[in-house]
Every structure is written in C-alpha cells, then in structure tokens.
Design a protein around this ligand. Structure first.
Ligand SMILES: Nc1ncnc2c1ncn2[C@@H]1O[C@H](COP(=O)(O)OP(=O)(O)O)[C@@H](O)[C@H]1O
Ligand SMILES: [Mg+2]
Length: 376
C-alpha cells in the first residue's frame, strides 16, 4: 500500500455550458486541502456542486479555472484513466452480467494484474468489507441485498489501492438503520486502508458522524470547513448553523456596543451577548440600529410555566421523548422569531403539557449573533 496523499484545490472553478446560452457556474474558486489519510465529508443541499467537485477531482470533468493537486503533483490536465482513483456511487453501478468476484477484480484486470495476485487481492478486500462468505458463493450482484451490493462497490473501488477514494452519496439508497451501520463500516475500512477519502452526502447527521472534518458547500462556494464540533459550536454563518443541527433564530437590532458586549433588542426585550458570540463571518462594523440574527441551539433555550424576565411567550405544540432529551416544539407568538421553535430540556418540565402557554428564555452566552444580509 502506498503512503496517503493530501488533496489540494486551488481556486477551482467549473462552468457548465461556458459558451452556451445558459452557463452554470457550479464551483466558485474552491480552495482547500484535505490531509493525507483524512476522511473528509462534503456536505450541502442538492445542486450545490458536490458531485461536480468529485467528478473534477477524478478528472471526469475538466475544470474551467484553478488547479487540483494529489500530494505535490498537479493533476489538473491528467486524464482520469491516468489518475489512480476509486469511486463509489449511490447507484452502486455494479456490472450485473459479472459475478461478484469479477466485479471486484475488474480494476485489477484492466491493470493486467496476474491471476494469482488478483485472487489474493480480491480475497483480502472481500474480507476487509466483511463479505468472505459471499465470495465463496460468488453469485451475481443482483442476488445480493442493498447493503451487500454497497460493500461490493466499496471493495471494487479499493482493490487496486487507489491514491484517493471518492464516495458520492454511497448510502443514500439504503434504509435508515442499514445506513447508520454502513457509515460506521466505511469509517472502519477507511481507517484501516488510510486512503485519503471524500465522502459526499446531503445528510448532515451522516456527515457529522463519519467525517474527520467536513466542508459545507452552498451554491458552489465552500461556506465553512471544520470538525463536526467546530461547525456545531462556531458556525460562521446562519446557513451553516441551520445546516449543521437545528438552530432557532430571532431577528433583533443592536441597541449598544460596549465593554465587549452587544445589546440586542428583540421585540422590546433587550438581551446582552458577549462579543465571542459574534459569528466569524460577521464583517460589517457593529453599529447601533444594525439588524442582526440571533441564533440559539435547542439546548440553549429554556421553557418555564412562569413568566420570567425577558422571556418570550409561546404555545407548546408537541412534546417528544428523544432518549437523552425532551424536545418541546413551541409555537412562538412573536413576528421576530422562528414561528416553530425546538427547545430541548434534560427532563420533563412539570406542569407543562401540549397546548400549554410557556415562557422561553435564552442563554445569552451560548447564542450566536449573525449578520442578516444574505442569510435565509
Ligand atoms: N453536465 C452538466 N451540465 C450542466 N449543468 C450541470 C451539469 N452537471 C451539473 N450541473 C449543474 O451544476 C450544479 C451542481 O450540480 P451537482 O454537482 O450535481 O450538485 P450536487 O451533487 O451537490 O447535488 C447544478 O446547478 C446542476 O444543475
Ligand atoms: Mg450529487
């Protein structure tokens, strides 16, 4: 096995139909580096450019600007068949007319590997993906379950020791339980092989669970890169905050900025936020009267039966037991907030049932203050 490579994008641009009448700029100056051996997630809504970035990485699409490096090697103009890439797709894309063994062996046959080495490698890789028995029976892939087919697809991509592994929504066709199991499997396999890997998904829970780090993509732009924890705790925009877990939003305006604190009026209640709560992407100069968006995670809002200082009134719609927390869905009465709030409490709050009026308070130290422009 060769040493793991880094993967670097420098101002990568992709424009489809560049000369046509409806050009689409699918990637906009994408620049970042994936570390050698890293399991990196690309996360973003449908149409944001995830597949395009993968296809450009593999050389299946040429790029319109910028460059791509495998380690120190600039591969921008190297055709796909000269790049040693493993790919796995949502649709599995196994060859139905070949048995499982031949499906997995395919990449080695193309590389003219001797039969004995093929047998050894296919056996090894099928062990690694947890399918030694399937290999013994060696049926057509159409006779396998969805989860097994996906394992075969992973085996087929790994068998020739690719320098980079690219997985495009590989679990999207599996049911929820199998998906959770398979993402742990993919992480296990990736950590053994140490092949630098990009895992694409639109499912934030999946991205947070599987990735060493993740990039959130929006309209061809990398919004933020970090570990799950960094993105959850310090989202640099309201978009990322809302994409990585739930965030409740309030509209307010600044009434004072002093002593490293920002006072914000939300519907005539004044809250005071420490300056650390200001999102990184906040570029404008703070000024009195400026509109801001205040975000609070479900675990940073509290409800009570009694009216409290600076509390916001709402009606409990639904109460759900989620194991570790109790989630209260509360319909807020104010125009300046999300109508439907999610509030997580450690325990059932005595005396509060569905349909009851409650008062919401917010932990100012744990909130995030975002600029309003361009969000939502
Ligand atoms: N071959 C193509 N020709 C024209 N536009 C394309 C092509 N492939 C993708 N696009 C456009 O590029 C954008 C990004 O697409 P894609 O990378 O498939 O998004 P994702 O995988 O994140 O859902 C979309 O607007 C899509 O319509
Ligand atoms: Mg896609």
């Amino acid at each position: 096995m060769s040493a793991s490579l880094s993967l670097t994008y420098k101002k990568v641009d992709k424009i489809f139909n560049k000369e046509g009448k409806d050009p689409v700029r699918a990637l906009k100056e994408v620049s970042f580096t994936i570390e050698p051996g890293e399991l990196f997630c690309l996360l973003g809504p449908s149409g944001c450019g995830k597949t395009t970035l993968l296809r450009c990485t593999a050389g299946l699409e040429s790029i319109s600007g910028g460059s791509i490096f495998y380690g120190e090697k600039n591969v921008t103009s190297i055709p796909p068949f000269r790049r040693n890439i493993g790919m796995v797709f949502q649709s599995f894309a196994l060859y139905p007319h070949m048995n499982v063994y031949e499906n997995v062996a395919y990449g080695l046959r193309v590389r003219k590997t001797p039969e004995a080495a093929v047998r050894k490698k296919v056996t090894e890789i099928m062990d690694l993906v947890g399918l030694p028995d399937v290999l013994k029976r060696n049926p057509s892939p159409t006779a396998l379950s969805g989860g097994q087919q996906q394992r075969v697809a992973v085996a087929r991509a790994l068998v020739y020791d690719p320098e980079i592994l690219l997985l495009d929504e590989p679990l999207a066709n599996l049911d929820a339980k199998l998906r959770r199991h398979m993402r742990a499997e993919i992480r296990r396999i990736q950590k053994i092989t140490k092949i630098t890997t990009i895992f694409v998904t639109h499912d934030q829970e999946e991205a947070m669970a599987i990735g060493d780090r993740l990039a959130v993509l929006r309209d061809g732009i990398v919004e933020q890169i970090g570990t799950s924890n960094e993105l959850y705790k310090n989202p640099n925009s309201a978009f990322v905050a809302n994409f990585i877990g739930k965030m409740n939003f309030f509209y307010g305006s600044i009434t004072a900025v002093q002593n490293k604190q920002i006072a914000v009026d939300i519907d005539s209640r004044v809250y005071t936020f420490p300056e650390e709560t200001l999102a990184q992407r906040f570029t404008e100069q703070l000024a009195v009267g400026m509109k801001v968006l205040v975000g609070a995670r479900p675990e940073h809002l509290y409800i009570s039966k009694e009216k409290m200082e600076n509390s916001i009134q709402g009606t409990v719609n639904i109460i759900q037991h989620l194991g570790q927390v109790i989630r209260y869905e509360v319909q807020c009465h104010m125009d300046v907030a999300d109508k439907q709030m999610e509030i997580d409490m450690d325990d059932m709050v005595e005396g509060i049932g569905e349909g009851d009026e409650v008062y919401i308070t917010l932990d100012e130290k744990s909130a995030s203050v975002f600029s309003v422009e361009g969000e939502r």
